[in-house]
Each structure stands twice: as C-alpha cells, then as structure tokens.
Ligand binder design. Structure first.
Ligand code: ADP
Ligand code: MG
Length: 334
C-alpha cells in the first residue's frame, strides 16, 4: 500500500500529490481519487488526451455573485499578488467576469504583474473624490476582456485617511449595481500586515484565500490573520500553500503541506510549487497561467481557480513512491 496518511509529518514529501473529494475538480488533479492503492494508480497511467478534453467543461459557479474574495496572508512576499493575478486570469479564461482590486496601496504591483501599468490613468481614490467615473478607473485586460483591474491609489502614495472600510465597501457596492452588469468575482489583493490597509481590504469580503508558504513565520502570521478574518465575520477561509519544494520536504528541511494544514486547520484550495517560471512571468508582466506550454505552477493556479469557482477544496495525501519517476502528471495526482 503506497498511499497512506503520513505517520511522520515531515516525511510527507509528496503531499502535493493531491486528490479532491469532488468529482468536479480538474481531471488531472483528481480523478483516481477514490481508489488510493498503488496497483490502481500504476495501472491507470494518466491519459493525457482524456485530461485535455475534460478541460473543455466549464466549472459550476457556486454561491451568490458577485463573490467578493480577499487574498491575504499577514506576511509579505508569500505570493498574494501572484495568486490574485493568476487566479483572476484563470477565472476570466474559464468564462467568468472578474474585477481585481489592488488594495496594496504603498506597494502596489498587481498592475506590473499583469503588464497593465501603463494603462492605469485613474484610481479608486479619484473615483471616491468624484474626479472620474468608476468605469474610467477600471482597466480592461486586452488579452481577456472579462478581466478588469482597479487600483486603489497611485504607486508610493499613502492610503488617504478618507479611504477606509466604508470607501472600499462603497466601491464594491458600485460594482454590484453597475449598469454593465456585476462581475462574477471581485478579488481583493490585500496588503501585508494587519493594520489599516488590511482592515480596509477585508471589509467588503465574504470569503478569503489565505496564502502561506511552508515556513514558520508565514504560518504564525497566517494563524493570526485567520483569527482576525473570523472576528470580522468571514467564515469561508481557504488556504493556498505556495512555494512548495518536494526536495526540501523530502530532506526534512521544509514543512509538508499536511503539516501546514494540520497547523492552520483550513480547507486547502491549492498547492503551488516553487517555480522559476513565476519569477520570469512576474518580470515580463505576463501572468503564468497564460504561458504556452503551461508551467507547473500555472496549472496549479488554474486548479485552485477551478476549486474556488465550485467552492471545493482538496486533500493533501502522501505517497511513498518517488515522484520524479512518475513524471509530470504525478504532481497533480494523476
Ligand atoms: P506578496 O504579494 O504576498 O507580497 P508576491 O506575489 O509579490 O508576494 O510574490 C513575492 C515574490 O515571490 C515575487 O517575486 C514572486 O515572483 C515570487 N513568487 C511567488 N510565488 C512563487 C512561486 N510559486 N515560485 C517562485 N517564485 C514565486
Ligand atoms: Mg503584493
């Protein structure tokens, strides 16, 4: 029996070979999930044609729209902005309309990641001050027109005192009632920390995606943030574990995804590997999920987006078999 839950949590190196309880999950992520025996796994090698064909299915949108989701973490540099850009564009590619709000005021960089920095003429602060209309501040992505970006303020500016929870809630309400139709998703890229910027960013959200890396400092901050989100009435909190490295986990130098899940006790939306392609795409202003052929981390973001749509989650499991020997699709659980 090769598939089993970990006895030694540090040994769960392939805990990002994961399965989802839902039959709706992306095929490469999950299909053989009910039978976790080695025999069934090795006999049923991933069928690439079947996997690719099933990408044609549109996920079922769960919950009331617009779904207002804050992407948060506590600690900085763990991948919130990367997650917002990639999940946002994945949702647009899946056929949903998305508005991504960059609420990281002083260190705004979602526009850079998306390659839209030259097209931001107006910001939310100007909308609130009555200097422009909301639609003038929304920057439409030319690659995926159902994706729009809204920046709160100009780079390097401080959050104006007048811009707080009420202002951002007003903006989201304005998106809800706009004549062109409300978006399916409003994603809010939250600043690091737990001060005014954080309080503002979480105010209009009904759901949260907590991004963490498998290190103790990020986890402590993530735990604190979870408590604050719950105090604010946000009960639907799922986590993304980012920058996971199997080699380090196998060498017991990195916590496994199972350890992280055990510590935070949150449903798992996705597991993203450390991938040099993320840094390359950041520098090119071309989000990873648009890469052809797809990068490993890009596929993982796509899967996370799929689960977000269906309000699904995944379960990390452990397999003893060497993942390298099982090739590309082993990462996604075949
Ligand atoms: P945050 O918004 O939480 O501050 P960012 O999304 O800006 O974090 O990411 C911080 C840095 O980490 C960026 O340079 C980004 O390219 C890099 N990064 C994020 N996720 C990954 C990953 N899975 N693999 C490699 N680099 C990553
Ligand atoms: Mg950021």
């Amino acid at each position: 029996m090769a598939w089993r839950l970990p006895t030694n949590s540090f040994l769960s190196a392939s805990s990002f070979v994961h399965v989802s309880p839902s039959s709706h999950s992306l095929p490469i992520a999950s299909s053989p999930t009910k039978t976790l025996s080695t025999a069934s796994f090795s006999r049923r090698r991933p069928n690439i044609t079947r996997a690719v064909l099933q990408w044609n299915r549109k996920p079922q949108l769960a919950g009331e729209t617009p779904r207002v989701v804050v992407i948060t973490s506590g600690k900085g540099g763990v991948g919130k902005t990367t997650t917002t850009a990639n999940i946002g564009l994945s949702l647009a590619r899946l056929g949903f309309s998305v508005v991504a709000i960059d609420a990281d005021v002083g260190l705004r960089n979602l526009d850079l990641l998306l390659g839209l920095e030259n097209r931001v003429n107006y910001t939310a602060v100007e909308v609130i001050n009555g200097d422009c209309r909301l639609d003038q501040a929304l920057v439409r992505d030319k690659r995926w027109p159902s994706f729009e970006l809204l920046c709160i303020s100009k780079p390097r500016s401080k959050l104006p005192l007048s811009f707080g929870s009420k202002a951002i809630t007003w903006l989201v309400d304005a998106l809800r009632s706009r004549t062109a139709g409300h978006p399916d998703f409003v994603l809010i890229d939250c600043p690091a920390g737990i001060d005014a910027g954080f309080i503002t960013a979480i105010a209009p959200a009904d759901e949260a995606v907590l991004v963490t890396t498998p290190d103790i400092t990020a986890l402590r901050d993530a735990d604190r943030v979870t408590g604050l989100l719950e105090c604010d009435g946000i009960r639907d909190i799922k986590m993304i574990v980012n920058r996971v490295r199997t080699d380090l986990i196998r060498g017991e130098d990195m916590m496994s995804v199972l350890d992280v899940q055990e510590m935070l006790g949150l449903p798992l939306l996705g597991v993203i590997p450390e991938d040099a392609e993320v840094i390359k795409s950041t520098n090119r202003g071309f989000p990873l999920v648009l890469n052809k052929p797809p990068a490993l981390a890009g596929l993982a973001f796509e899967q996370a987006a799929w689960r977000l749509v269906e309000q699904d989650s995944m379960t990390a499991v452990m397999v003893e078999e060497e993942p390298k020997k099982r090739g590309f699709f082993s990462f996604f659980g075949g």
